[in-house]
Design a binder for this molecule. Structure first.
Ligand code: ZN
Ligand code: FE
Length: 256
């Protein structure tokens, strides 16, 4: 499956999924219509579908313009109740795109927002602002147990799953991850690797679920090293509760 990132705003990526045998494409979270229109016109493509993960403007800002221009189909989370949605999605739904060439399973992942969904299929995960490379989204609408359960669902996907998240936050996330686990060699290695990509202006994405399990502190809330840092920050004796660990490191990240 050919997936191409389009840059938008300061650090958003709009992912373009290409059909293998026609000029049809699907885009995920077009917060801005302009980069999508430029890409489509430049390459003579036809926009067939838009997939939406959640209601924030940097993910939906371009939808109505694109829909008016290309008469494409829009799939969005049911809970967000968007006027532009042609099909409202809930957990377990299957979305078929590009004339049935690709199917994605809908996974509800509340936490960043309560209606947030992710799309999973073909060894790929489009997860918006829920899971980032080496990090996770801010907890705007959810609570720690709810958000952690969502992350845990994603952590349970096959290790080879490619993680297409919506922002280039990797270097800042890794810096924080290293402050949580100073001894973690996977983080140190990834700092070097991601830094070299950014030096060449290349995206650090996608990562894989297998990699995230090694360097993403928010997927490592059951690890002693992460729990120790959380306990220290909370100024209590060492606790081993993953939810409390998640709540504490999420807060640490907010103030990092
Ligand atoms: Zn967001
Ligand atoms: Fe965002």
């Amino acid at each position: 499956m050919k997936v191409i990132p389009l840059e938008a705003f300061n650090d958003n990526y709009i992912w373009v999924i290409h059909s293998s045998d026609t000029n049809a494409v699907t885009v995920v979270d077009p917060g801005d219509a302009n980069p999508v229109i430029d890409y489509i016109e430049q390459h003579n493509l036809s926009l067939e579908t838009i997939l939406i993960t959640h209601h924030h403007n940097d993910h939906i800002g371009g939808v109505q313009t694109l829909k008016n221009r290309y008469q494409c189909q829009v799939f969005a989370p049911k809970r967000d109740n968007q006027p532009f949605s042609d099909q409202d999605l809930v957990e377990g739904d299957t979305v078929s795109v590009l004339s049935g060439e690709y199917q994605f399973e809908v996974i509800e992942v509340p936490g960043h927002t309560l209606g947030h969904i992710a799309f999973y299929g073909h060894d790929s995960l489009f997860c918006g602002d829920t899971l980032f490379k080496a990090g996770c989204g801010r907890m705007f609408e959810g609570t720690p147990p709810v958000f952690l359960e969502s992350l845990q669902k994603l952590a349970g996907l096959p290790h080879k799953t490619k993680v297409y998240c919506a922002h280039e936050y990797t270097l800042a996330n890794l810096k924080f991850a290293l402050s949580v686990e100073p001894e973690n060699d996977a983080i140190k290695k990834e700092v070097e690797h991601s830094q070299s990509l950014r030096d060449k202006d290349k995206p650090t994405l996608p990562s894989t679920i297998g990699q995230e399990l090694e360097f993403n502190p928010f997927l490592r809330c059951h690890q002693d090293s992460v729990q120790q840092t959380a306990s220290k920050a909370a100024k209590t004796k060492t606790f081993s509760d993953p939810v409390r660990t998640f709540a504490t490191i999420r807060q640490l990240k907010d103030n990092f």
